[in-house]
Design a protein around this ligand. Structure first.
Ligand code: FAD
Length: 277
């Protein structure tokens, strides 16, 4: 059972609870990116089980008229077991999603998974088009990756990067990462033919995206996490396309812990909530 504090960041343990949350977001004009919590599987069984769960989820999505898509993690679909397992499970999920006209995002995990994730994205983008992939501004390779992704169909979500890659391959320090994010965003607005997703809660990056949109006219969407700056999400949705990333499932503990530790604003919220019972 999900404790009250976690309910800010996780929609619930069941798919029904996640779709209920999507219904509420829909009323505010916000689309839902559903993620079933799970990652780093080293056995095939849980990876296959989560792929099955995603296939059932897209059938449930198909019974609604809500704007709902999926975001999956490569190691959740078996990348740590083997690239072939990941490819097979991803193909099943994308095929099921395509039947229901549901879009599938690929989250980007640590730097050891980047090549396999981009390769799988490219394969499905060329076949179906209705797929997206996340890239991380803190990786030095990302400018070159964006050159590869620009001509492909599908969408690309730019984030600052949630992992801690070694200094040899990653930009260090918040200021430098912010600078890289701005540069990459500018390159996406200039060279991408739509399909740009700004995955950030940072008002400075959102302002940058708005001014790049004015300059280049490129369409874009804003993506934020459930439980983070939700007032801003509702406000932005009045004149921009906004999607909320909504995790659900029984494996919520480590995700919830990450949300609490990554931001002072969130941590003080948690402290206040704990103190007030
Ligand atoms: P930060 O740099 O953390 O914060 C900058 C400013 O934003 C803060 O100073 C504050 O003004 C504002 N802000 C941020 N958080 C809060 C808050 N809780 N309350 C109030 N103000 C706040 N990372 C990956 O590596 N791979 C992924 O696949 C991935 N997918 C993501 C999908 C989505 C939809 C989002 C939003 C993020 C994703 N991330 C992913 C995480 C991302 O890499 C960052 O770690 C995370 O978004 C924090 O960076 P930021 O740009 O939001 O802002």
């Amino acid at each position: 059972m999900l404790p009250p504090l976690a309910r800010r960041f996780v929609a619930g343990e069941s798919a029904a609870a996640a779709l209920e949350h999507a219904r509420r977001l829909d009323k505010d004009g916000i689309g839902t990116i559903l993620n079933l919590l799970g990652e780093h599987y080293h056995d095939r069984a849980p990876a296959d089980a989560d792929a099955d769960a995603y296939c059932r989820l897209v059938e449930d999505i198909g019974t609604t008229d809500l704007r709902v898509c999926l975001s999956v993690k490569p190691t959740q679909l078996g990348l740590s077991v083997g690239e072939d397992v990941f490819r097979e499970n991803l193909a099943r999920v994308v095929e099921a999603a395509t039947e229901q006209d549901a879009f599938v995002w690929l989250d980007m995990e640590d730097h050891t998974t980047t090549d396999a994730t981009l390769d799988a994205f490219e394969h499905h983008a060329r076949e179906h088009g209705d797929v997206g992939v996340c890239v991380q501004a803190n990786l030095r390779r990302t400018p070159a990756d964006l050159e590869r992704l620009a001509p492909l169909p599908g969408k690309v979500r730019l984030v600052k990067g949630a992992y801690d890659p070694p200094a040899s391959i990653a930009i260090q320090g918040q200021k430098a990462v912010d600078e890289a994010y701005r540069d990459l965003l500018a390159s996406m607005f200039e060279h991408f033919d739509g399909g740009v997703a700004v995955g950030s809660h940072d008002p400075a990056m959102l302002a940058e995206a708005a001014s790049l949109h004015d300059r280049y006219g490129t369409d874009y969407e804003i993506q934020m996490l459930m439980g983070v700056r939700e007032g801003a999400q509702r406000e932005l949705a009045r004149h921009r396309e906004v999607w909320q990333y909504v995790p659900h499932g029984s494996r919520w503990l480590s995700y919830f812990y990450r949300r609490l530790t990554e931001n002072v604003g969130t941590a003080s919220f948690a402290l206040r909530a704990l103190l007030s019972g």
